[in-house]
Design a protein around this ligand. Structure first.
Ligand code: TYC
Length: 106
């Protein structure tokens, strides 16, 4: 807390601290993007493997991305979101699929 946040109580010399609201850490949305080449089953596998979804949830979300062009697949802290994006991008690249995964501040 800086000096500006302290308030002098008249001439008593008592310093009253004004408490700042607790700041929540920012959250980041991880987005999966549609493309014409990545197999549907690969995307379903990615969602199960890296986002802890069951097969039915993964299949439904994959179809949402396929139909709408993109979807939020999870919301995380910066570090976790960054790791998920890197894991998906690396896994897709290693399997030679053009699947794209990005993150943006919520
Ligand atoms: N559009 C792809 C296909 O028809 C499937 C797909 C779904 C690809 C979701 C990427 O994020 C994606 N094979």
């Amino acid at each position: 807390m800086s000096d500006k946040d302290d308030q002098r109580d008249g001439d008593s010399g008592v310093i009253l601290e004004t408490k700042k609201k607790t700041q929540r850490p920012p959250l980041y949305k991880v987005l999966l993007l549609n493309d014409d080449y990545t197999p549907m089953e690969f995307v379903v596998h990615v969602l199960e493997r890296f986002f802890g979804m069951n097969h039915a949830q993964s299949f439904e979300l994959m179809l949402t991305v396929h139909k709408k062009g993109l979807a939020v697949v999870g919301v995380f802290s910066f570090e976790v979101a960054e790791t998920k994006v890197a894991q998906v991008m690396d896994f897709a690249r290693r399997h030679q699929h053009p699947l794209q995964c990005t993150m943006e501040k919520e």
